[in-house]
Design a protein around this ligand. Structure first.
Ligand SMILES: [Zn+2]
Length: 153
């Protein structure tokens, strides 16, 4: 596995261990401009976050309107989340909540610094136990080790 700071040299071919041949990082010059988050090298695979607010069953009208989607519950957000008013959940999404393997993966410093410079730089990261890439971000599957903070936020 190698790190490249030039997108034209990026090779996302998967190796037998599930990692990519190379990963894109921000250049040293870009990283030196300053971090907006702490530089952290280890994250834990905890699985998707669950609903933060009470769930309600779908109304007859919602069930009718979303019959093809598989939605089973609606999470209404409070005023403080405005302009977002809520989200729907499918049963597989609810079943996946908190179902990470629990393992900690440690990454190279240039990757950590890229996250710290631009937290939304990556859409997914590698779990060394699951041997695959899984989503990061608000609804992602990882937290920084020792915190409740989602990787990629
Ligand atoms: Zn895992």
């Amino acid at each position: 596995m190698t790190l490249v700071d030039d997108r034209s040299k990026l090779d996302e071919t998967l190796l037998p261990n599930g990692q990519q041949k190379s990963y894109l990082v921000l250049s040293a010059e870009e990283r030196a401009k300053g971090f907006v988050r702490s530089v952290r090298c280890s994250y834990r695979h905890v699985g998707r976050p669950g609903p933060r607010y009470p769930l309600s069953d779908l109304t007859a009208e919602q069930s009718e309107r979303y019959s093809e989607t598989g939605y089973v519950k609606y999470e209404a957000y409070p005023e403080s989340e405005s302009p977002r008013i809520g989200r729907y959940w499918t049963q597989p999404q609810l079943d996946a909540v908190g179902k990470g393997c629990g393992s900690v993966t440690t990454m190279a410093l240039a990757l950590s610094e890229t996250y710290a410079r631009n937290p939304q730089f990556y859409g997914a990261t590698f779990c060394s136990c699951c041997a695959k890439h899984l989503p990061v971000g608000t609804d992602g599957e990882f937290v920084w080790e020792g915190t409740d903070e989602r990787v990629g936020t």
